[in-house]
Each structure stands twice: as C-alpha cells, then as structure tokens.
Design a protein around this ligand. Structure first.
Ligand SMILES: O=c1ccn([C@H]2C[C@H](O)[C@@H](CO)O2)c(=O)[nH]1
Ligand SMILES: [Zn+2]
Length: 139
C-alpha cells in the first residue's frame, strides 16, 4: 500500500458508483461496485451478485472483469473498488487471483469510498508471486 493517491476521472468514479447502486446484496447488505479502465481507455463495471446459496456469490471485481471479457476487453490498466464503508475495501483472495490474470503487476488497485478516501496498492503487492498464465506457458 502506498500513501499516494491517484487522480481518477469523474467518468471512472461515476461508473464505480453506478455499479455500487446495482449491487445485489440482500444477504450481506454489503454493496460493492467496481470499475476498470481498459488499456484502450474504455470503462467496464461490475457489482457483487449474491445468491440464496451463499457460496455462489460473485464479487464486484470478478463480475467487472467477466463483463469486460464478454465485451472483448482483456487488458486493463487500473481497477477501482467503491464502497460506502469507513474502512476501505480491498479485493478478496479470489479476486486478487483473477485480477492477476489480466492486470500487470504494477497496475494500481484503488479502494475508494463515499468520502473520497482512497487506498492504493499495486496488483503484485496484493498477490506477490501470483500463479499467472506465464507458469503454464513455461511448462
Ligand atoms: O472486495 C470485495 C469484498 C466483498 N465483496 C462482496 C461479496 C459479498 O457479496 C459481500 C460481502 O462479502 O461483499 C465484493 O464484491 N468485493
Ligand atoms: Zn472478491
């Protein structure tokens, strides 16, 4: 984690907030919105989608990435995770792995809240020595 903040475009912040407002979280009531910037400069978003069979819940970050992939986007430069929590929300372990598949190690992961507070990590800070496609390519 670094103390430095990142200047986020209003469009990216609005996308993350819009995704937050779409969250389907009737069980935890913990809403999360994610918005990723592709290397082409487009923005994709995702929200958490829970299920009555709790374990089938999918986080905002993974839904954001899947939404991008179905739209032909697989390269990203940054992801924002938006909540309205005092404590900024880092991605869970599963999401760290999926983020590592598509983002470079030095790409910023930004947790943002309604008070415009930010925490910034790089992908490799969140998941050092990740298992990546490279391992399979080298096998
Ligand atoms: O980074 C996170 C952490 C949690 N959640 C979701 C999963 C579940 O719906 C709820 C509570 O864990 O928040 C996310 O979407 N992203
Ligand atoms: Zn997650």
């Amino acid at each position: 984690m670094t103390d430095s903040k990142i200047t986020l475009s209003q469009e990216l912040v609005d996308a993350a907030k819009d995704a937050y407002n779409k969250a389907y979280a009737p069980y935890s009531h913990f809403h999360v919105g994610a918005a990723a910037l592709t290397t082409k400069g487009t923005i994709v978003k995702g929200c958490n989608v829970e299920n009555a069979s709790y374990g089938l819940t999918v986080c905002a970050e993974r839904n954001c990435i899947s939404n991008a992939v179905i739209n032909g986007e697989t390269q990203f430069s940054l992801i924002v995770i938006y909540t309205e929590q005092e404590q900024l929300t880092p991605p869970c372990g599963a999401c760290r792995q999926v983020i590592s598949e598509f983002f470079k190690g030095d790409a910023p992961v930004v947790a943002l809240n309604h008070k415009n507070q930010q925490k910034v990590w790089t992908v490799s800070e969140l998941l050092p020595d990740a298992f990546t496609p490279q391992q399979l390519l080298d096998a």
